[in-house]
Design a protein. Structure first.
Length: 269
């Protein structure tokens, strides 16, 4: 299927590694003129070269100045503004292993800044240009944990839930502008960090040694997380959903939360 993305201009935040890098690569493969974002120049340039992106934009999205720098750099790379914004930048940091009452107020603030508020900064700077062009796509990368939080890392789960809620309100606020707004919520995804963790626990779990990435994904998904699909996800699984929502063919989908979690959340969406 031709997703009709050739020539579209996309900015993927936090795309110098992990899911963001995979999304950037897949949008580029569909013909998008992709700008890779990160805070480390060498990593961003490496991803841009590998995926055929048209350039990079560096900056810390937890600050207004950083967001301004990223937008200016992206617009300098692609003329006419950005058509597709993928808000992927963020993370949970050290609080991912902390219980609810142990997470400090400062940690909550920091987590919201790099996740929810970072997305707000980019939307406020880029949505007006999309509206002027009568076409745009805003795609938030959320998390399954937003819908089913646990006892650890409450700040991250809440920040991602905020992005999910923000999507619905923003879709209504941008009605009749040609812009759609959606969330893609990954579950357990085989990033480099997760695969390294899986290799570390493999001997203890009696999975054996020397397993390749596919075998590790099956073991993690089937044995550890009990996922109905029998494996953990790949960055390509997330990228397929993003490309579909970014496409003109996804124009009737807005305000939605698309779960890419292999059945991790067996509940009503």
């Amino acid at each position: 299927m031709d997703l009709q993305l050739a020539g579209r201009r996309a900015l993927v935040t936090g795309s110098s590694s992990g899911i963001g890098a995979g999304v950037a690569r897949m949008l580029a493969e569909e013909g998008c003129r992709v700008v890779v974002h990160g805070r480390d120049r060498s990593r961003a340039e490496g991803v841009a070269q590998q995926c055929g992106a048209v350039g990079i934009a560096l900056g810390d999205l937890s600050t207004d100045a950083g967001a301004d720098a990223v937008v200016a750099a992206a617009k300098a790379v692609v003329s006419g503004g950005i058509d597709i914004l993928v808000n992927n930048a963020g993370g949970g940091g050290h609080t991912a292993i902390q219980r609810w009452l142990d997470v400090l107020e400062a940690d909550w603030d920091a987590t919201y800044q790099v996740n929810t508020i970072a997305a707000v900064r980019m939307i406020r700077r880029l949505a007006p240009g999309m509206a002027e062009n009568h076409w745009g796509r805003i795609i938030q990368i959320g998390s399954a944990i937003a819908s089913q939080p646990g006892v650890l890392g409450p700040d991250y789960a809440s920040a991602k839930a905020g992005m999910q809620s923000m999507t619905v309100g923003l879709a209504k606020a941008l009605a009749n502008t040609g812009i759609t707004v959606n969330t893609v919520s990954p579950g357990v995804i085989a990033t480099g960090t997760l695969l390294a963790f899986a290799r570390g626990i493999a001997p203890r779990e009696n999975w054996g040694e020397g397993l390749d990435d596919t075998e590790l994904g099956v073991r993690m998904g089937r044995d550890r997380h009990k996922l109905p699909v029998g494996r953990i996800g790949t960055v390509e699984d997330v990228g397929h959903a993003v490309c579909m929502l970014a496409s003109p063919k996804g124009g009737y989908i807005t305000g939605a939360n698309i779960r890419v979690d292999g059945g991790q959340l067996l509940g009503v969406n």
